[in-house]
Design a protein. Structure first.
Length: 268
């Protein structure tokens, strides 16, 4: 199966939040039902961050100008990295990378340890206390399995979101970059082509990475590399413990403690 990717073009985005709503509807993610449960953010951005029940949000960076406000929008959700820190951090194999490039959490295997939430350089996976599970975007695997596009992509009214084979999306992103620069957006940059060995969500940040809240040159945390080194040692230690218990059991077969007369022991 070919690797797939979403391409987000910030220069075409109106931050209508259609993608945000479509994600919640398709994946049946609940929202607060009473006004007191909604956080007042003082911004059009709401909520301010992804959470276990909101996997996609639109971010609003509002920059005051001499006349009006300059809006820098960005789609914030899982990047589906090839070199995924969350996958490497998971101690029980609950996170896997699919053939189509998606990084997916298996809720049946997840033990709620939150290692992945601490490992992700983008702070994307979120833990839900109610069921002790971590959740995030799964690139609508159910839709892809039936030949459909992710829900967020199908609802975009301006063409800011497109979906297809990753090689095609890379080419589309580079074309969009050339077009943005031709329009005078000299700081425009493409993101996700090479970062973390390549992402499966690509971006055109038409005012530059920092203006749209993207991390330049993200890295897998050093602790993950240490964890990878310790995993085999942990396995060896576990095997040694099991082996020791096994030997103890085998050598103890047929052994009986010498019976003693408790009254004699007391008299002594």
């Amino acid at each position: 199966m070919a690797e797939m990717a979403i391409f987000y073009d910030s220069s075409k985005c109106t931050a209508c939040k259609g993608c945000q709503v479509a994600c919640k509807q398709w994946n049946q993610l609940p929202s607060p039902l009473t006004a007191d449960k909604f956080e007042y953010t003082k911004s059009y951005q709401s909520p301010l961050e992804t959470n276990p029940d909101t996997w996609v949000i639109m971010t609003f960076d509002e920059v005051d100008q001499d006349i009006g406000v300059e809006w820098n929008f960005m789609r914030r959700a899982c990047f589906h990295c090839t070199d995924a820190a969350c996958l490497q951090a998971c101690p029980v194999g609950a996170i896997s990378k699919r053939d189509n490039g998606a990084v997916v959490i298996d809720s049946e295997k997840c033990i709620g340890c939150q290692y992945c939430t601490n490992a992700c350089p983008f702070d994307i996976p979120k833990w839900k206390e109610a069921d002790n599970k971590t959740r995030k975007c799964w690139l609508c695997q159910d839709r892809l399995a039936n030949g459909r596009q992710p829900a967020c992509v199908t609802t975009c009214p301006t063409g800011a979101l497109t979906f297809g084979e990753r090689t095609e999306m890379v080419a589309t992103a580079k074309t969009a970059l050339d077009e943005a620069k031709a329009k005078g957006f000299n700081d425009a940059e493409v993101y996700g082509v090479d970062e973390l060995d390549g992402m499966h969500v690509l971006f055109l940040a038409h005012r530059g990475l920092e203006a749209h809240g993207l991390i330049r040159d993200p890295k897998v945390p050093d602790m993950i590399e240490l964890w990878q080194l310790l995993k085999p040692l942990g396995g060896a230690a576990f095997a040694a413990v099991i082996g020791g218990l096994g030997i103890s059991y085998l050598t103890g077969i047929g052994y009986k403690r010498e019976e003693t007369d408790e009254s004699e022991e007391v008299q002594k």
